[in-house]
Design a protein around this ligand. Structure first.
Ligand code: ADP
Length: 672
């Protein structure tokens, strides 16, 4: 009870409801033109259900009370039924409203806006179909019981039901619009207002012409009615339906419309009018719901498209898309900023956009490779990945990692290429600087140890040689003296022999120093060492734009080798080959071949450089033709290969280039 009191509606709202109820009853009375029935479209049913659907449950008794007073007043003003009969009929109406509102609230989301097809169908079936059964049953029973209007129960029931159902279909949507947008402001653009005005005029014109009998067919109102439902959704449908019902009522009451006729056919025509309004309402509400759902779907799609675009624009990478044939179709904002132009800015009549864009952005040295690899991906559909330089808007070329993959449809056809491009210029430059620093360090330490070594050799050998020189002069003097001092000469020669031996010992010691300490050799396959050396040199190969091809026989036997040393040999030979191709403009390929030849595993490393002029001299220590060369690499390589029991030599290729070949003997007994 307390809750009912605390949920009492505002007096103004109750008064408005009361007034609308009474006016609706008056409208029904006006339209009750079927001779002897007094029953017609009943607008209060729609008003009542819509009010209870929206109002809090605890406030319902207030609305029921207000409805009761309104109905009793209407009875006094128009219907003049016996008070108990009027009260019973109202009880049926109130039960109908409560049933309809409960069912609608139970099935639809709150607040009930009739925005989905499901909600509209539920509303039509439950509120306009089922709920009027209650009022029709109670009303017809009352009418027949009290013997009013000489109606039987079965004669009155269908008229009651269809009258209430039409009232619900026409008035409830309008009531929902009015109640839910009571304080809302219309947010229509000027164009929409214009469209609404034009539509309103057309609607009024067609409705007036068709319902006053000038146009033969009432249903001709459907196009403008559905236009209102599609473009202005639920509100448009509700307002249009109300206007349609009013115009239909006016022309029918005045006898002008096709729904008015002689007393015999009036009942049939009236039912036709109610059907016309019910079908119009049903169609308009359904179309409004479909239009609303479509609008919501479009909004959701736009929303997700916007968030996806924002994602693409804010990801810290340069993103692009291309059509299936590779023609660029989209650059992300960051990519546009990087290039300083947009995807269509390089379009030239008669030339493909792809070639225009590639020419504008890819470094000329990298362009042939990029074109070749991209064309291969386009034809095979395989992902594209390549490091190369791209021209920034300020003309600076920057190293990037470019990757692209095909986006496919359900049937596997390529619908688009999506690519990402990451600026790795700083990383590449740091690596380059690191490599240079390492090279310089290695060179400096080599030079330093060589200088130290030379100084110590000079020092150690110089002493006995100086003694040999001095003793030789002395010996010469003793032998040329008159008479010669043979005994002294003899002693001096012995000193000379001793000093020479000491010099030879020094050289021997130095050789022993150079001789590598013998490392235990492990059985392994040359192919695995080749793979490691290739990995080590891959970065340098990419930097120098050299392709490394390896052809390794599958049935290689095991070889006992010092992995680190053989790797050193390979790295040395590979680097020499790469350096030899520095002056070659293109087609830089370094080929490695490993196969078994007799009892040896033979490794060949060939390049396409200028070849070697002195195939034997180059193996001598300190022989170099390079400005900063040391001339020790090949000498060390040969000593390593020979310490493994193999051979290393060089041959020139036809038409150009050199091949360095070394053999390693196959292990005869199985490795532990
Ligand atoms: P360095 O690398 O200091 O020059 P190396 O012993 O590695 O010392 O090479 C000696 C010389 O052999 C080089 O200076 C070069 O003239 C020549 N040489 C080595 N490899 C090749 C090659 N693949 N093609 C042509 N000449 C080569």
């Amino acid at each position: 009870m307390m809750r009912v009191w605390s949920h009492r509606p505002q007096f103004l709202h109750l008064a408005l409801f009361f007034a609308a109820y009474v006016l609706g009853s008056g409208f029904a009375q006006l339209l009750a033109i079927i001779p002897g029935t007094g029953i017609s479209i009943w607008p209060p049913s729609g008003l009542f259900i819509a009010t209870l659907v929206v109002a809090p449950r605890y406030s319902w008794p207030w609305w029921v009370l207000a409805g009761c007073l309104a109905e009793l007043l209407s009875n006094v003003l128009w219907f003049h039924s016996p008070l108990p009969a009027a009260f019973l009929i109202y009880t049926g109406n109130a039960l109908e409203a409560v049933t309809g509102a409960l069912l609608v609230r139970w099935t639809c989301r709150r607040p009930v806006r009739l925005e989905t097809l499901q909600e509209v169908l539920a509303f039509v079936v439950l509120a306009a179909g089922i709920a009027p059964i209650v009022s029709a049953t109670v009303g017809s029973a009352t009418v027949s019981w009290f013997g009013m209007l000489s109606q039987t129960f079965t004669g009155a029931w269908p008229l009651f039901w269809i009258g209430d159902a039409t009232g619900v279909l026409i008035v409830a949507p309008l009531a929902l619009v009015v109640i839910q947008n009571w304080r809302g402001t219309a947010q229509l653009s000027a164009a929409r207002w214009t469209e609404a005005a034009v539509l309103g005029l057309i609607f009024l014109g067609v409705a007036a012409l068709s319902l006053s009998g000038y146009l033969p067919f009432a249903y001709i109102i459907m196009p403008p009615l559905l236009w209102a439902a599609v473009r202005f959704e639920f509100k448009g449908a509700a307002v249009a339906l109300t206007v349609l019902a009013l115009i239909a009522a006016v022309f029918t009451v005045s006898g002008a419309s096709q729904f008015a006729g002689d007393p015999e056919s009036q009942k049939h025509r009236h039912i036709m009018l109610q059907l016309f309004l019910a079908i119009s309402a049903f169609s308009a509400l359904i179309v409004a719901a479909i239009s609303r759902q479509h609008q919501l779907a479009v909004l959701t799609l736009r929303q997700s498209e916007r968030s996806l675009r924002e994602l693409v624009e804010t990801v810290p990478a340069l993103i692009w898309c291309a059509a299936p044939d590779g023609e660029p179709i989209y650059f992300s904002q960051q990519l546009r900023d990087f290039f300083g132009f947009n995807v269509e800015d390089k379009d030239v009549a008669g030339a493909s956009r792809l070639s225009g864009v590639l020419k504008a952005i890819v470094h000329p040295d990298d362009l042939p490779t990029v074109k070749k690899l991209f064309a291969r991906s386009l034809s095979t559909g395989e992902p594209y990945a390549q490091r190369h330089r791209l021209r920034r808007f300020d003309g600076e070329y920057r190293w990037v990692e470019m990757r692209a993959a095909a986006m496919r449809s359900g049937d596997g056809a390529i619908v688009q290429w999506s690519g990402v491009c990451i600026d790795i210029d700083d990383q590449v430059r740091t690596q380059e600087e690191l490599r240079l620093a390492q090279d310089n360090l290695a060179r400096a330490s080599q030079a330093a140890s060589l200088a130290e070594l030379s100084a110590s050799i000079a020092h150690e050998v110089n002493q006995p040689l100086t003694a040999v020189m001095a003793n030789s002069h002395a010996c010469q003097r003793w032998l040329t003296a008159e008479p010669p001092y043979l005994e002294r000469a003899q002693n001096t020669v012995e000193s000379i022999i001793r000093d020479a031996k000491s010099a030879s010992d020094v050289v021997g010691r130095i050789r022993a120093l150079f001789r590598r300490t013998v490392q235990p050799k492990a059985s392994t396959t040359v192919s695995s060492v080749i793979a490691e050396a290739r990995d080590l040199m891959a970065e340098e190969a990419a930097r120098r734009r050299i392709r490394m091809d390896a052809e390794v026989a599958s049935d290689l036997p095991l070889v006992a080798l010092d992995r680190v040393q053989v790797q050193q040999v390979l790295v040395n030979l590979i680097r020499n080959g790469m350096e030899a191709m520095d002056s070659v403009p293109n087609d830089r390929v370094l080929r490695m071949r490993v196969r078994r030849v007799g009892d040896t595993v033979q490794t060949e490393i060939s390049d396409r450089g200028r070849g070697v002029e002195f195939p034997e001299k180059i193996f001598e220590p300190f022989f170099t033709t390079k400005e900063l060369g040391m001339g020790m690499g090949l000498a060390i390589c040969r000593s390593i290969v020979e310490s493994h029991g193999g051979r290393l030599w060089a041959e020139n290729n036809e038409p150009h280039g050199a091949t360095f070949i070394f053999t390693l003997p196959v292990e005869t007994k199985a490795a532990p």
